[in-house]
Design a protein around this ligand. Structure first.
Ligand code: HEC
Length: 396
């Protein structure tokens, strides 16, 4: 498999022309980055990289309106800068958003903008982009634009927050509720999780994976930063190269979490490091036209993608945006060894007779997709080349 480390595309959104990269080199500084914030001078002049984040539409979510919004959701260009002081890694991100949506604990109809950063616990295999997978855990850092969020157990867990409308509280009770909100409500929703797949998202409360995150909205653009240790209880990012992935929520677009766009795994490299992570290498262009043909013959009986809708939607994940947030190595693995990473069957239209996987007594999931390990190398590369073309347009 030949590879190209950097895919260069023209970019002109924030008024600058630049290269699009799936690989970024960290600028080393002597400042103590644990003290850095959004406006620190240290960000000035740091090299800008750009990547694209795509709507995640593989798995159907409970809210049909959100699926629709996501289907129509465009991809977003994101600017990123990366700094290291040898102990900490810091990223600054900029993304466009037409409005500043702040999540309020009192309301169940206003949802916040936000961003998340994913880092793999082990560097030897690539975790599933949607919050890790069995045996391939990730640390997820999440920051949301919140007003006051409040939930009754006092842990600040936004998933259990309540609002006054669903309290059935009147008079004295409502007063007590309002006082609790004032006392326990949190205006800065920021969390670190460890996760081996969507169902296993567990908040880390012992401080070992704390990150400093900030976000600020001005003139239609969010700026966010995250600063965290390179080495911690769960992570060791000091090997010269590591993958990172970013997600962004647009609170305008309904749902508890708003519509989301997601990057693929991007390479973060220390200057001068020759360390390699083969699974981040992109493949050379295969013959996407031939790949499309191979897919019609072998895959369209289960998967929907773009205008190909031969199969019912409950059969398998929709692949319409798969090329945007998936690395080539993940696609290869998905085809020749589907059970290596099993996509969580969190689809509302799940059909009892057509599950996406079986679970044995030990909890091990086996994909219902047959391994296509008999495909010749050329057809495999061609299918991956075609899959990489399946992605939403970029909004300007
Ligand atoms: C018998 C039905 C079936 C066929 C045929 C099939 N798949 Fe799948 N595929 C699935 C199911 C079910 C899943 C979800 C479980 C999993 O992760 O393996 C899946 C998952 C995937 C994924 C991961 C999707 C994601 O969201 O990350 C990719 C990529 C994929 N298939 C590609 C293909 C390609 C390419 C072919 C043809 C060469 C193919 N599939 C043929 C059923 C099928």
């Amino acid at each position: 498999m030949k590879k190209i480390a950097i895919i260069a595309l023209a970019w002109s959104v924030l008024g600058l022309s630049s290269v699009m990269a799936e690989s970024m080199v960290v600028s080393k500084v002597s400042d103590d980055l644990s003290k850095v914030n959004l406006n620190s001078k240290v960000w000035q002049g740091v090299k800008e990289y750009y990547f694209i984040a795509y709507p995640q539409t593989a798995i159907e979510v409970i809210d049909a309106d959100v699926m629709k919004l996501n289907a129509e959701n465009k991809a977003k260009k994101i600017m990123v800068k990366a700094l290291s002081d040898g102990k900490n890694i810091a990223f600054l991100l900029k993304w466009k958003d037409a409005s500043n949506s702040v999540q309020k604990g009192y309301s169940s109809t206003a949802f916040g903008d936000g961003f998340a950063v994913q880092l793999p616990v082990n560097l030897d295999s690539l975790p599933y982009i949607g919050m890790g997978s069995a045996g391939r855990p990730v640390i997820v850092h999440l920051q949301k634009a919140t007003g006051i969020t409040y939930e009754p157990n006092g842990n600040g867990d936004v998933y259990h927050q309540v609002n006054s409308g669903n309290q059935n509280a009147y008079g004295k009770d409502l007063k007590a509720y309002t006082e609790d909100v004032a006392k326990l409500g949190n205006g800065n929703y920021q969390r670190s999780f460890i996760s081996e797949g969507f169902r296993s998202l567990t908040q880390i409360r012992d401080g070992s994976e704390d990150a400093k995150m900030q976000m600020h909205y001005a003139k239609g653009v969010w700026t966010g930063i995250i600063v965290r240790k390179l080495k911690s209880a769960n992570l060791d990012l000091t090997k010269g190269v590591f993958p990172v992935a970013f997600a962004f929520w647009d609170g305008d677009k309904k749902n508890r979490d708003g519509a989301k766009v997601l990057s693929q795994w991007l390479e973060v490299r220390e200057k001068g490091s020759a360390a390699k992570l083969a699974y981040l290498d992109e493949m050379t262009q295969g013959d996407a036209k031939h790949g499309e043909q191979v897919m019609l013959e072998n895959c369209a009986s289960c998967h929907q993608y773009k205008e190909v809708k031969n199969a019912p939607s409950f059969m398998a994940p929709n692949l319409s945006n798969i090329g945007g947030y998936s690395n080539a190595s993940y696609l290869v693995e998905s085809i020749i060894n589907p059970s290596a990473v099993v996509v969580p069957g969190y689809n509302t239209q799940a059909h009892p007779s057509y599950p996406w996987y079986t679970i044995d007594d030990k909890g091990v999931r086996t994909s219902m997709m047959p391994p296509f390990d008999g495909l010749d190398q050329k057809s495999l590369e061609d299918v991956v080349a075609f899959l990489k073309t399946l992605k939403a347009e970029v909004s300007q």
